[in-house]
Design a protein around this ligand. Structure first.
Ligand code: RFL
Ligand code: PHB
Length: 395
């Protein structure tokens, strides 16, 4: 099909997930024009149940983007978290150790608020695009082509933000001789359920048990989110609701299991666990953001938050470019974003290694986990390091 529609914008944003929408909304507040290209429908994007814990940096960005009202009134401030192993449980107090807290507010709600703001501002988002192709990213005249039902489109631009997640096209556009990739795949998955029941506890519980990891989380006072470590080959339909609740109860401390309220699950899915980083995060006029450039295992809730720090660096780089004619922020983007990404990777890898059962784990390896958990329970400085990472390292 020949190009039937041609347009122009300052920044083409590929991907209408949280990274792409947040970037687009922040740029809008500075009068920088963008267009967002999303492969799926809005309902599909909003149907994905993912992250639930927001660091201060992301909360601040939501304020800066002018989309913080609902988050402010409905988000739950969490000042600490619980860690259990065997029959022991201890609390890490974020407030006391760092002076900061985190906010429990689902990624779905963040995304919903961002869509609403883009719509109010008449921001351009094109859904159900196909065959998005980035052209000339290493030249001064890049453009993006894509297809919709009725036409072939071309958008000329100054910059491209690749916010299209792990399976997107942006990362693949960077030539393989330039791109370096680092990966660790974990030998288990997380089975997650959402249930319209009150959370078992008002703070999250991360549990290391003989039977594998479990996490008790929530979305609000009436909506719980629970996870258990499962085999990588399991399918959600292999797990009845009863089997899920029974297994969760075996993995958390008895007093918590006794007060767990169970009920029908309204979503059940299995996510693989992976650590992944691509370098560099910039190629010419293409900038990668969020899951397009890196993945963390969800232990510690760093995925969405690391995407947000990328958006912060890119947004400020673009502002500096357009407001002061200064490319310094854009030139430093990859190095600055990666410096923080690697620290989040380390924390997520460490916390995952501490909390899960590994198929090839020896009794010695298990003793090491217990010794580290004992140390974390008794050492203020170890707790401080954990809390500092959990609430989010500074941008
Ligand atoms: P997203 O959310 O994947 O959004 C990318 C968007 O790009 C679209 N897309 C394309 N659009 C146009 N053309 C193409 N060729 C395209 N290819 C893809 C996709 O449809 C999508 O809408 O990436 P973004 O915006 O960088 O946001 C990152 C976060 O979503 C991610 O880090 C977290 O959700 C990770 N994550 C979790 N993080 C946490 O902090 N806590 C969690 O509990 C948690 N659970 C999860 C997760 C990620 C999961 N994935 C990726 C399978 C659970 C799952 C299942
Ligand atoms: C969640 O609520 O989905 C959640 C919370 C904390 C994590 C991972 C997921 O570490």
């Amino acid at each position: 099909m020949a190009v039937t529609d041609q347009s122009e914008t300052q920044v083409v944003i590929i991907g209408g997930g949280p990274s792409g929408l947040l970037l687009s909304q922040l740029l809008h507040t500075r009068g920088i024009d963008s267009i967002v290209l999303e492969r799926k429908t809005k309902d599909y994007v909003l149907g994905r149940i993912r992250a639930g814990v927001l660091e201060r940096g992301l909360v601040d960005l939501m304020h800066e983007a002018g989309v913080a009202d609902r988050m402010q009134s409905e988000g739950l401030v969490h000042d600490g978290t619980l860690i259990s192993y065997g029959d022991k449980m201890f609390r890490i107090s974020f407030g006391e150790l760092t002076g900061h807290s985190v906010l429990v507010y689902g990624q779905t709600e963040v995304t919903r608020d961002l869509y609403a703001a883009r719509e109010t501002a008449d921001g351009k988002i094109v859904f159900e695009v196909e065959d998005v192709t980035i052209q000339g990213a290493d030249t001064d005249a890049p453009f993006v082509t894509y297809r919709t039902d009725d036409a072939e489109h071309r958008v000329d631009c100054a910059f491209i933000a690749g916010c299209d997640g792990f399976h997107g096209v942006s990362r693949q556009t960077i030539p393989s001789e330039v791109r370096r990739e680092y990966e660790k795949v974990y030998p288990f998955g997380w089975l997650g359920v959402l249930s319209r029941t009150p959370p078992v506890n008002h703070e999250l519980i991360y549990a290391n048990s003989e039977r594998g990891f479990a996490l008790c989380s929530m979305r609000n006072e009436q909506l719980s989110r629970y996870y258990i470590q499962c085999d990588i080959t399991d399918r959600p339909e292999d797990w009845s609701d009863d089997a899920f609740w029974a297994e969760l109860k075996r993995r958390i401390p008895a007093d918590q299991a006794d007060k767990l309220v169970t009920g029908p699950t309204i979503e059940k899915s299995i996510a693989p666990l992976r650590s992944f980083v691509t370098e560099p995060m910039r190629w010419g006029r293409l900038f990668l953001c969020g899951d397009a450039a890196h993945i963390v295992p969800p232990t510690g809730a760093k995925g969405l938050n690391t995407a947000a720090s990328d958006v912060h660096y890119l947004y400020n780089g673009l502002r500096q470019f357009y407001e002061n004619d200064d490319p310094a922020g854009l030139d430093a983007y990859s190095q600055k974003a990666l410096a923080r990404v690697w620290k989040a990777e380390r924390f997520s890898w460490w916390f995952s290694s501490l909390m899960h059962r590994y198929p090839d784990q020896t009794t010695f390896d298990h003793k090491m986990q217990v010794a580290e958990l004992e140390f974390l329970r008794s050492s203020r400085s170890a707790q401080q390091a954990m809390a500092e990472n959990y609430v989010g390292l500074p941008y």
